[in-house]
Design a protein around this ligand. Structure first.
Ligand code: GLP
Length: 250
């Protein structure tokens, strides 16, 4: 199945495309299961979803959510944890049921069992209807770094120096960035019924180019999306202009 690529003039209009897809899905299926992502890219999307909820356009009370990943060693109340990010950016501002929002536990006593439990929660919850993804500069999705097996499941991973560097901006220093995380695996992500990936800015052009036009390889985990039947990649014009096969049609 061909990946659908959507290009919009700027970050806000690209984020609006993603927000609109979530709104349409939840209005059609109020008990939808949403796969959510963190990082700088989805911030505007969550702002637009909060705005739609406050305008009475969408109701999140019956949805269920699963986040892609969490740093190991950061508790839910740590300002740089992904749970904290999600509460600040989205959950605290809409009527989602807190008991139905799931983020991997970064301070679990037994990481392996918490990973297995997370997989079971997703499976027993009926699977993910729509998974939001960003993409790392090195082509990672969630925290599946280059070399992650395409059949991988939720597990503990070591973060690459590049990822630590890129995420250091959210911490007081590079030393404070955790070196390990729990992440949904690539196979876990591919089992979502629909995937929408948002990439903004020229720094992501190369990673998206390889995702769209490169070989499917564990060296570039995002390329695994070529094996999925329903993927939409949403870009702003700056990101698309750095991709030769798209720049010509801009
Ligand atoms: C982190 C997250 C990914 C995210 C990536 C890009 O590694 N685990 O889910 O897609 O960073 O983040 P940003 O959107 O800040 O560029």
């Amino acid at each position: 199945m061909e990946i659908v690529t959507v290009v919009r003039p700027d970050a806000e209009s690209a984020s609006q495309v993603v927000a609109d897809r979530f709104i349409t899905l939840v209005k059609a299926n109020p008990r939808a299961t949403l796969g959510l992502a963190t990082g700088g890219t989805p911030v505007e999307t969550y702002r637009l979803l909060v705005e739609a909820y406050q305008a009475g356009t969408v109701n999140f009370e019956d949805v269920q959510t699963f986040n892609l990943d969490e740093y190991i060693g950061l508790a839910a109340d740590h300002p740089q944890s992904f749970r904290y990010f999600m509460q600040q950016q989205f959950f605290d501002h809409v009527n989602v049921d807190p008991k139905r929002t799931h983020v991997p536990n970064g301070v679990a006593d037994n990481v392996d069992s918490t990973c297995a439990e997370y997989e079971a929660l997703i499976r027993d919850g009926g699977g993910i209807d729509l998974q939001l993804l960003g993409i790392g500069h090195n082509g990672h999705i969630a925290f599946n770094e280059p070399g992650s097996l395409l059949e991988s499941r939720t597990r503990m991973v070591s973060l690459t120096d590049e990822t630590i560097e890129n995420n250091a901006r959210f911490f007081d220093s590079r030393e404070e960035v955790p070196r390990h995380a729990i992440t949904m695996g690539i196979q876990t992500i591919l089992e979502a019924r629909e995937i929408i990936l948002l990439a903004l800015g020229e720094a992501k052009s190369e990673a998206v180019d390889k995702l769209l036009y490169g070989p499917v390889t564990d060296a570039h985990p995002a390329s695994a999306l070529q094996n999925h039947k329903r993927v939409t990649v949403v870009l702003d014009a700056v990101c698309a202009s750095g991709i030769k096969q798209l720049a010509d049609s801009l």
